[in-house]
Design a protein around this ligand. Structure first.
Ligand code: HEC
Ligand code: HEC
Length: 413
């Protein structure tokens, strides 16, 4: 009974996207009348679709995925512990394109003050991440919680776009040593593009481990990100993140918090992390001779110095994540991106560093780069600076044929 139910839920989840894939296939079909030259045969369509779980899960794991997905979309209320200040009421509010678990163009604001090259996150005014919503007055209280505003003292104000979460379980399941080796290999190449591992605090491990998540690789694990986002985006406290954000830095206001104490005993944080851990990678779009030739161009330009095609997971209890190769087109290392830098040091990242943005699933994005400043893929490439500059200059020098092939490849990801 349970099993049938889970399968039904799964199908309802996947079917609309089968329709989407159909439409895409049609859009990709050659125009009529068909040209005389033989057309490359499209490869078989992937069976896994956006928002599906990894394949080969057992019934219990599938049920857990569905439960986690529900929690991910669950809209929290003040009674549940939402706020006092927050940015969204559910994870899904920001992570929903094209389905729950994706990203979106929603941005959050990060602030700080830099004086003589020294960055101050303005903790006493509410800290680096702004919470731009608040629960207002609670029942029977004259105290109204107010949304945070950018304080006058801030001279660094920047935005961060909500990233898609597809396939991040593979990254979570990849041993730290892989990234350490990758950084060493890049350094040995000595071509000015070497990334470095972000060593960040990992409270569960009790030590610093490799940060892989967030625009600045500021977080080590999906579990940690769950708790962090629950608190900092939604105001839900949990065992690893027990302290509410002080609204605009005014901790005295917390005496009016209608839901003091832990809002989540840790179960939801765990469930959300498990959902993300088994959320399948973005399915690859259709490939053909052009996209294949475009990948060659990608490699010739040195885009793959940072956007590394393939990585391997380590040993894992979930069969689909156990020692498998996946294609994120990222090294998950930090790179100095020069003028693209946002002025915010975070975790191990400096003001100018970013994690190489994974390019899998690129075809469903409509805005690009950390703050969504680029409206097209070309504009995103053109904005590469610092360690990405030489590669960008080679892109600018491409002839039209090569450029179109490269773009065809990128739009197939
Ligand atoms: C108000 C919008 C918003 C809400 C609500 C939100 N997120 Fe996010 N999420 C973001 C943004 C923005 C980023 C990029 C953060 C950064 O790196 O600065 C992000 C990044 C992430 C990442 C890192 C992905 C990567 O590419 O490494 C994870 C994991 C994540 N969110 C999980 C969650 C979970 C789980 C919840 C609910 C508990 C949640 N988010 C709620 C906006 C949101
Ligand atoms: C030195 C490392 C490096 C090289 C080389 C590099 N990139 Fe990037 N790329 C990055 C980083 C880091 C980001 C994220 C920057 C940001 O968001 O500000 C990024 C972002 C992108 C994005 C936007 C992705 C998104 O999710 O918005 C695209 C597209 C992209 N790169 C394509 C390319 C192409 C094509 C090339 C080769 C011409 C290339 N990159 C070369 C490091 C690199």
């Amino acid at each position: 009974m349970k099993r049938i139910l889970a399968v039904a839920v799964l199908c309802s989840l996947v079917l609309p996207h089968a329709a989407l894939a159909q439409a895409r296939r049609r859009a990709a079909a050659p125009p009529s009348p068909p040209p005389p030259a033989p057309q490359p045969q499209p490869q078989p369509q992937p069976t896994i679709l956006f928002g599906a779980p990894v394949s080969g899960l057992n019934a219990a794991q599938t049920a857990r995925f569905n439960e986690g997905r529900t929690e991910f979309g669950n809209v929290e209320t003040v009674d549940d512990g939402l706020g006092p200040v927050f940015n969204g009421r559910s994870c899904g509010e920001c992570h929903n394109q094209p389905v729950l678990g994706g990203g979106s163009n929603r941005t959050v604001t990060r602030i700080g003050r830099t004086l003589n090259g020294v960055y101050d996150p303005l903790t006493n005014l509410g800290g680096q991440l702004l919470q731009n919503q608040a629960i207002g007055p609670r029942d029977g209280s004259s105290h109204a919680f107010r949304p945070e505003q950018v304080p006058q003292q801030a001279n660094v104000v920047t935005r961060r776009k909500s990233t898609p979460l597809f396939g991040l379980g593979y990254v979570d399941a990849t041993p730290d040593q892989t990234f350490i080796n990758l950084a060493a290999a890049q350094a040995a190449r000595n071509d000015g593009t070497a990334g470095r591992v972000a060593l960040v605090d990992n409270p569960v491990a009790g030590t610093r481990t490799v940060g892989k998540f967030g625009w600045k690789a500021q977080i080590a694990t999906l579990l940690q990100f769950s708790g962090d986002a629950y608190l900092n985006e939604m105001g839900i406290t949990s065992p690893a993140f027990p302290n509410e954000n002080c609204p605009s830095g005014n901790c005295a206001e917390l005496q009016f918090n209608p839901r003091p104490g832990l809002n989540d005993g840790g179960e939801d944080v765990q469930l959300l992390a498990e959902f993300m851990a088994i959320l399948a990678a973005p399915p690859r779009g259709a490939t053909n001779a052009d996209t294949n030739a475009g990948e060659q161009v990608f490699n010739q330009l040195g885009c793959n110095s940072c956007h590394v095609q393939s990585l391997q997971t380590g040993a894992n209890a979930i069969a689909a994540l156990n020692r498998v190769t996946y294609q994120p087109y990222s090294d998950f290392l930090l790179h100095d991106m020069g003028a693209l830098g946002d002025g915010i040091p975070q975790g191990a990242a400096s003001a100018r560093e970013f994690r190489t943005a994974p390019l899998w699933g690129l075809r469903i994005l409509t805005q690009f780069l950390h703050d969504g400043r680029a409206a097209t893929i070309e504009a995103a490439i053109a904005a590469h600076d610092g360690q990405g500059r030489a590669s960008r200059d080679r892109f600018n020098a491409l002839n039209t044929t090569e450029r179109n092939r490269l773009l065809a490849f990128l739009r197939s990801l």
